[in-house]
Design a protein around this ligand. Structure first.
Ligand SMILES: [Zn+2]
Length: 136
């Protein structure tokens, strides 16, 4: 189901909780809501559609990837950039890392470890910040 985009900074400022296999409806809603906002959005965290669970969705260009309970375990090559967010007006400066390694569960709740770089790595870092209650 397509959900409205959360803009309440008090809600968005709270940390999200571990997700479990009971949260599959949130995964579906993230897919539907990203699809509905595809023209202006490349990723989303569950709290942006009202659920404080550690699930994010990231557009890889050719497909969308669901990442559950992500933990960034390595990061390298920092750089300064600017980002926008569907939950905010305008852009803000931030520091990101070109390469990251992430431990997470996939859509089937299987444990995975994967390296990401470039734009996809940047989106993941932005969405992981959301899970910590950080908005850029
Ligand atoms: Zn955002």
């Amino acid at each position: 189901m397509v959900q409205p985009i959360m803009k309440d900074v008090l809600f968005l400022g709270q940390k999200s909780e571990e997700a479990t296999d009971k949260d599959t409806q949130i995964i579906q809603d993230l897919k539907d809501t990203l699809e509905a906002n595809r023209d202006r959005c490349v990723g989303m965290a569950a709290n942006m559609i009202g659920f404080r669970k550690r699930i994010i969705i990231v557009s890889l260009g050719f497909a969308d990837m669901i990442i559950v309970n992500p933990v960034i375990i390595q990061k390298s090559q920092p750089y300064d950039t600017e980002e926008g967010c569907l939950s905010l007006q305008g852009v803000r400066k931030t520091r990101r890392f070109r390469k990251i390694k992430v431990r997470y569960q996939d859509e089937s709740f299987k444990d995975q470890t994967q390296e990401f770089e470039g734009h996809v790595a940047q989106i993941i870092q932005h969405e992981c910040d959301h899970l910590e209650g950080i908005i850029i």
